[in-house]
Design a protein. Structure first.
Length: 110
């Protein structure tokens, strides 16, 4: 189960957040793509610095899960803004469940 939770977290929650921000940026038009890419790169930087198992300044829970949930909430809002409520709800459910599941079954060690 640990491997499944980690795979879902990466594929759906983490990559899904990047897709949401970039897609939202493209939908905004004009320079929105730049904003979407900046948001996606900001998420990558935050995740790498504070959430990833090998992060140099990895946050302890509950701060780490709060940061994860803020990122997931932003991605959910982006999906809603795109007019994709079913995708937004499905994303939010999977993102939160995988965040909880990885803590229950254990996260990878650095």
């Amino acid at each position: 189960m640990k491997a499944v939770a980690l795979a879902l977290r990466f594929l759906v929650a983490e990559l899904g957040a990047l897709v949401a921000f970039v897609w939202w940026g493209v939908d905004v038009g004009d320079f929105g793509i730049v904003l979407g890419l900046v948001l996606a790169f900001a998420v990558i930087a935050l995740w790498a610095a504070f959430v990833a198992p090998k992060a140099l300044r990895r946050l302890d829970d509950p701060a780490r899960i709060v940061l994860e949930l803020v990122i997931f909430a932003g991605a959910t809002a982006a999906f809603f803004a795109l007019g994709q409520p079913i995708v937004a709800i499905a994303y939010a459910v999977v993102a939160v469940l995988t965040a909880v599941a990885t803590r229950y079954w254990g996260e990878p060690t650095p």
